[in-house]
Each structure stands twice: as structure tokens, then as C-alpha cells.
Ligand binder design. Structure first.
Ligand code: FES
Length: 209
């Protein structure tokens, strides 16, 4: 949510609360994916970049695939027109979401080597970079691993290593805080970190995207 809406909710909860209740009630007969896709399209139509980034992330978390999101954009062509669709795709490209890459859309994702497992002790989290992507890795005991995208689920801020304190990660932009043991958001926000599939092969940690 924008700082301005945050402010209005605090300053005029009697008035602005009705607006949010209205929005919530509007989609109550829709499944979460459909609701998310419609929200994405409204943000593209209004060309609010921050909202678009936020609702795009929400749609992906609700289980929409990149292909479904692209379909929704293209289906809305009669009202959006090409210029707004290109505007949205430019933002998707700037966000560098792996699932939208042509090779991923073609089902050609691959495993990436994140380094030797012995370099991370049990119970420790750290930030790593691999093949142009930043990730946070948490070793859960001897054999458990969790690998997260470094981008905040709120507005895609690339969270730096200085934001890591023990197993807590706090995004510097709006202070959403995450527990790397679970990926859950534990303060301010309401969405978890994006988690990548991982495996260990010959003592080396790999992640798939
Ligand atoms: S971008 Fe808003 S908390 Fe991270």
C-alpha cells in the first residue's frame, strides 16, 4: 500500500475504511487467482507502476503462472491497447522475474550452482549471487536448505546483505521483515519471500529457475 493510503487510513479511518471494505467485498465470489488477475489488469489500465509490481507479485503468489498473466494482459487488449501492454511488459522485464524469461516459458529452466554446502553452517543464513541473480540461503540443520529470491515481495526491492541480522531479513524500503527459517513475513507486511526449489548434488547446493 502507498504511504499516502497508509496516511489516509490513519487520518480518516471512518471514511477510507469503507473504501477498502468495498474493494474486499467486490471480489468475494471470485477465486484468488481470478481476483489477482483482475487487480493486475486494473493497475495496468491505471498505469500505476508501484501497484502493478505489487499485484503482479501477489498474482504469482496466488498461483498464477507467467503465461496466465500474459494471457490476461493480451485478453485485455481491447481496453488496454498495445501501449499499456508494452508498458506492463517493460516493467516485467525490468523486474527480471525468472518465470517470465523465454527459456522458462518454454519449460527450459535449469539448475544453478550456489556453491559448496560446507561453506554454510547449520542455522545460518547468507546472501549469495549466482548467474546474475541474488538469493538468500538458509541452512536448516544438516540437510535442510531454503533458498529465497532476494527481491522483496512488496515492491521488488533487491534486499542487500546488510539487511540480514541472524535469520531475520528486513527490507530497507518499507521495513517488511522476514524470517528466513520459514520465508514468512513477520512484521509490517503480509506476503512471504519467494522460495526457489533447491537440491544438493555432490556436496554443492543448487537452485532451480
Ligand atoms: S519494497 Fe516495500 S518493504 Fe520491501
Amino acid at each position: 500500500m502507498s504511504d499516502a493510503l497508509d496516511y489516509l487510513i490513519k487520518a480518516r479511518p471512518d471514511a477510507v475504511g469503507h473504501y477498502f471494505a468495498f474493494l474486499k467485498a467486490c471480489g468475494k465470489h471470485l477465486d484468488p487467482k481470478t481476483r489477482s488477475l483482475i487487480s493486475v489488469i486494473t493497475k495496468v489500465d491505471a498505469q500505476t507502476e508501484r501497484g502493478f509490481r505489487q499485484y503482479l507479485g501477489r498474482a504469482l503468489r496466488e498461483g498464477c503462472t507467467p503465461m496466465e498473466i500474459l494471457d490476461a494482459l493480451l485478453m485485455a487488449f481491447p481496453t488496454l491497447g498495445l501501449a499499456k501492454i508494452v508498458w506492463a511488459v517493460d516493467i516485467i522485464l525490468a523486474m527480471d522475474l525468472p518465470g517470465f524469461r523465454p527459456e522458462a516459458l518454454a519449460g527450459n529452466g535449469e539448475w544453478h550452482d550456489l556453491g559448496a554446502t560446507r561453506s554454510v553452517k547449520a542455522g545460518v543464513a547468507r546472501r549469495v549471487e549466482c548467474d546474475g541473480r541474488a538469493l538468500f540461503v538458509y541452512r536448516d540443520g544438516k540437510d535442510g536448505w531454503r533458498v529465497y529470491d532476494s527481491r522483496c515481495p512488496h515492491q521488488s526491492t533487491d534486499i542487500p546483505h546488510l539487511a540480514l541480522e541472524g535469520t531475520q531479513l528486513t527490507c530497507p524500503k518499507h521495513r517488511w521483515a522476514f524470517d528466513l527459517r520459514t520465508g514468512d513475513c513477520v512484521d509490517k507486511g503480509n506476503s512471504p519471500l519467494r522460495r526457489w526449489e533447491s537440491r544438493v548434488v555432490d556436496g554443492r547446493l543448487q537452485a532451480y529457475w
